[in-house]
Design a protein around this ligand. Structure first.
Ligand code: SF4
Ligand code: SF4
Length: 609
């Protein structure tokens, strides 16, 4: 630029600026003038508290650590936490990752962006539906498909196809490979909602993390803190934890049960025993008797042994395991998986006296005299009958004895009685035991070259069936037919042979208060054809081993024994757990056994002191 041009610019330049004094300003005078934000503006947050589960995933993902979970005074259902995210706007960069990852979709951003205050505390804000100024504001940024941060689809578990699996009793769920397990573990957001829902409060996120780190021996350590039957639970647990999984809010819950099975299948029994022995303390001195080698008895024996007690289990059957050995069919729970768990327990020094019935071979009073405390884990092993006319026919069977016969036969066909394999079977009941009977007989029919002809009838409608959904779906794939909302009326017998079951429509199973109170329509009659009937309507306890003088001191409510929070009955040296206390599944038994072990230790330590 020449000297003249430079002079000209600097001479006239200021006058141009002066000119602007007389034109309309471009600057918008916020907050006096409000400027609309764009539709996807990332303004202050709103959170729908009804939807929010308090999972804290938003807080964990926040790159500026701007979100803190704050306890709130609200009632929450099981699987949710009474805490909500609060946001520090001194830190928030409005990146919206919290919105993208929110497991429920409750957290969103508004188009509101102005907040002026000389109170710094107001910039740390607990958003609810009304936003920072508690007024209605238009929503701004919300997650869309492209910004999804969660992996909503579960890694599929390989299973034998229905037509193949129904030909045998081999375990049809194949288990995850290492790659599959790591991919599934990577879906967990470590929110811990599952921990509260698990009856044993297993530290699920920690053992899932161990899978992700490819360190299954660390996983074993986490698992055995609260569950000494993980090979079993990794296969047949009712996995209520998965119903609480935050990923399940918008996708498929993490396959917690299968990941537990993966961990246990990787580790040898020797390594698990080595790990367990490292945790034995010599603290407890004394002898404990346990009646029943089912889930609660085995669990109690493991934790009592770790505390240093000498434990003896008295088991009436030939082999330990209770319902796990004699109830659940081996296509769901092979003997090898159960034996592996039991071998670990036995390796700690637990003695299991099988073929020993308390009340017959030894009395409870004798046990009381020889041992410092006694734990009852005798389960619900007696069948219940509908008692409709004809159920006293020899071809009307109870579910559990039949399942036991099938398992014995498959284990040792040479020395066991062959179970009956009818051409057609009717199963009365809608729970998992009914499904176990139906699917077992379907397999036996196929193994004998017959067509699957098994019908399940229940009071409940299809939607109300208490059996696990996967049992129903898989049973149906295997050819089981369902006759829901029917009540048994009479067994039809001709020439001493069963021809079928007369049923009437069941119009209601439970009353408005959720109590069992079925109602029927007698005019709606249907006959279901079949030559054998199995009743699987529930089990009952057998307390015949309890002498009268003790029974009188105990409290029972609807067949269940009352205990305190440590599993102690009203007789101080007598503890109990499992089905006779709580039910309804293996993991509750595991939790009860652990709780009672702690209770017994406290009781004996107090006695000593
Ligand atoms: S991620 Fe969503 S559901 Fe979880 S605490 Fe945050 S706002 Fe609530
Ligand atoms: S398994 Fe599901 S509920 Fe449990 S910590 Fe992981 S994401 Fe949360």
């Amino acid at each position: 630029m020449s000297v003249y041009e430079t002079f000209k610019k600097s001479f006239w330049g200021p006058t141009i600026a002066w000119k602007r004094l007389f034109t309309k300003p471009v600057t918008i005078q916020v907050p006096r003038v409000y400027r609309e934000a764009s539709e996807r503006y990332r303004g202050f947050h709103v959170n729908d508290w009804e939807l929010c589960s308090g999972c804290s995933t938003c807080s964990k993902v926040c790159p500026t650590d701007a979100i803190k979970m704050v306890p709130v005074d609200i009632e929450v259902e099981s699987g949710k936490k009474a805490q909500r995210p609060a946001i520090d706007y001194g830190r928030c960069s409005f990146c919206a990752m919290c919105v993208d990852i929110c497991t429920t979709g409750s957290l969103n951003m508004t188009r509101e962006y102005i907040h002026i205050s000389d109170d710094a505390n107001t910039f740390f804000f607990l958003p609810d539906e009304t936003g920072i100024h508690h007024q209605e504001v238009p929503l701004g940024y919300q997650r869309d498909e492209a910004s999804e941060l969660l992996d909503l689809e579960r890694v599929e578990m390989e299973e034998l196809p229905a037509d193949e699996r129904v030909d045998s009793f081999i375990e049809y769920v194949k288990g995850y490979s290492r790659e599959q397990a790591i991919a599934e573990a990577s879906r967990c957001v470590d929110c811990e909602l599952c921990v509260d829902v698990c009856p044993a409060n297993m530290d699920i996120p920690r053992y899932i993390e161990s899978v992700f780190k490819n360190d299954t021996s660390e996983g074993v350590e986490w698992i055995y803190k609260t569950n000494p039957l993980p090979g079993v639970c990794g296969r047949v647990c009712t996995h209520k934890c998965e119903t609480a999984c935050s990923i399940g809010n918008r996708g498929e819950p993490v396959a917690i049960r299968w990941l537990k099975r993966y961990i246990m299948d990787q580790e040898s029994v020797e390594d698990i025993i080595k790990h367990s022995k490292e945790n034995i303390s010599k603290k407890g001195k004394g002898k404990i008797a346990i009646i029943g080698a089912g889930p609660s008895g085995l669990s109690a024996s493991y934790y009592l042994s770790l505390m240093g007690y000498k434990v003896t289990i008295f088991e009436a059957k030939e082999l330990p395991g209770g319902v796990m050995r004699y109830g659940i069919p081996r296509y769901r729970l092979p003997d090898e998986a159960l034996d592996k768990d039991i071998d670990v327990i036995k390796a700690l020094g637990v003695e299991i006296k099988c073929n020993t019935t308390v009340g017959k071979d030894i009395t409870l009073t004798e046990l009381k005299n020889k041992y410092d405390a006694v734990f009852l884990g005798t389960g619900f092993m007696l069948g219940r009958s509908t008692k409709v006319p004809g159920t006293d026919h020899e071809d009307v069977l109870m579910a559990l004895p039949l399942l036991e016969k099938i398992r014995d036969y498959l284990r040792d066909p040479e020395n066991s009685e062959k179970p009956p394999v009818p051409d057609s079977l009717i199963v009365i009941g809608g729970g998992n035991v009914a499904m176990d009977v139906a699917r077992s007989i379907a397999r036996l029919q196929r193994m004998e070259g017959k067509k699957v002809n098994v019908k399940v009838t229940s009071l409940e409608s299809m939607e109300e069936l208490p059996a696990d959904l996967e049992e129903i779906v898989e049973g149906r794939e295997e050819g089981i037919q369902f006759f829901p909302s029917r009540g048994p009326k009479e067994v039809i017998i001709e020439n001493e042979k069963i021809k079928g079951l007369k049923t009437i429509a069941c119009t209601r199973v439970f009353d408005d208060d959720g109590r069992f109170s079925p109602e029927f329509d007698e005019s709606d009659v249907m006959t279901i054809d079949g030559e054998m009937i199995v009743e699987a309507i529930g089990q009952a306890p057998d307390y015949s081993y309890l002498p009268n003088e003790l029974r009188e001191k105990l409290e029972f409510v609807r067949g269940r024994l009352m205990v305190n929070e440590k599993g102690q009955t009203s007789i101080p040296w007598l503890f109990a757990g499992g089905d006779i206390v709580n039910g309804p599944d293996i993991i509750h038994g595991v939790a009860d056994g652990h709780k009672a072990a702690v209770g017994i230790d406290e009781f004996l330590t107090r006695e000593e002191g």
